[in-house]
Design a binder for this molecule. Sequence first.
Ligand code: NAD
Ligand code: DAU
Length: 349
Amino acid sequence: MKRRIIITGGAGFIGSHVVRLFVNKYPNYQIINLDSLTYAGNLMNLADIEDKENYKFIKGDITDEIFVNHLFETEKPDGIIHLAAESHVDRSISDPLAFAKTNILGTMILLNAFKDLWKNNIDDKLFYHISTDEVYGSLGSEGLFEETTPYSPNSPYSASKASSDHFVRAYGETYNLPYLISNCSNNYGSYQFPEKLIPLFINNIIHNKALPVYGDGNYTRDWLYVIDHAIAIDLIFHKGKLTETYNIGGFNEWKNIDLVKLLCSQMDTKLNRKQGASETLITYVKDRPGHDLRYAIDASKISKELGWKPTVTFEEGLTKTIDWYVSNADWLNNVTSGDYLKYYNKQYQ
Ligand code: NAD
Ligand code: DAU
């Protein structure tokens, strides 16, 4: 079937992997990448597919209602995969309103435009909202997030994502809008902006800079290779049951400090440094306010119902990720110059 799909946030980290997968796998689909190119969006992420006939980039802001309505009327998308967001927890602590604007208002504007475009003609239409496991709050040392776990967000970022999830569901109930939601754990891989733990620490190790571990480093995250997230998104988009939520995770929990030590060791090997050299850069710094202790996903639903499981082990994924950042110094240098330096100095002063 020929489809017209708008992917929002397609120039960002996960979005660029999703755009690439859809453009290459579905030559008969028209893929429209809608992105405002904030500091986190970068068209270099898509240089390899920018000339494909079934791909189009449109620069625009999802919080601009007039623009979004006009775009939907002209492009008439039958599917939306919505990834555009402010995505970094630390930034949400210093500028919460920006997160409310993009993540809540932006999502509502897209929902409204999609609802108004199709009114009662909803067959084969789909609004697929990409969300996070952070909406569930924090786990203690036991248990896993299930699709039925009550929402309990702790940061302005996760509160804004939780709110957007609720609006998607509310549009489904109230206006019959066909929707799906997935909530994923921490992603890692190529093209991730180096403000997030893994690329930040890789970049700092390359430049022999301190590795700022928050608090005691005993916080736990469940890590998933970004391409496995993109594969899950493809499956859910095509085979997910309308109005359902799917949790996606890596079955791969790591305490931050253990992960950082593994990363240090792999970086020493990659950079031909003496084993132990990078670990000396570890510096314990002031904790993140409201820092969630542990995230861990029960991904058995997507596994049983849609047959998804991660294709890449953590060791393989981390090696591929390190190789990519070390051989893409231009990309790293390009995104870490300019405004990012001001952010970095303020965050880690
Ligand atoms: P990212 O910050 O790398 O990319 C976000 C993209 O959205 C950028 O290209 C940016 O330019 C664009 N954008 C931001 N504001 C916009 C606006 N107002 N209008 C149009 N475009 C705008 O984010 P990411 O890490 O790729 O995350 C993508 C989505 O996945 C987000 O919704 C995030 O909440 C969710 N998610 C991320 C992770 C993770 O580990 N990174 C895990 C689970 C869920
Ligand atoms: O769980 C999914 C979420 O994962 C996504 O929704 C978010 O968009 C994404 O940013 C990520 O959130 P985290 O806050 O878990 O990711 P981050 O890489 O910022 O931090 C991972 C852990 O490392 C967390 O416990 C905080 C810690 N940390 C992070 C940074 C940036 C440090 O100790 N030092 C740091 O400098």
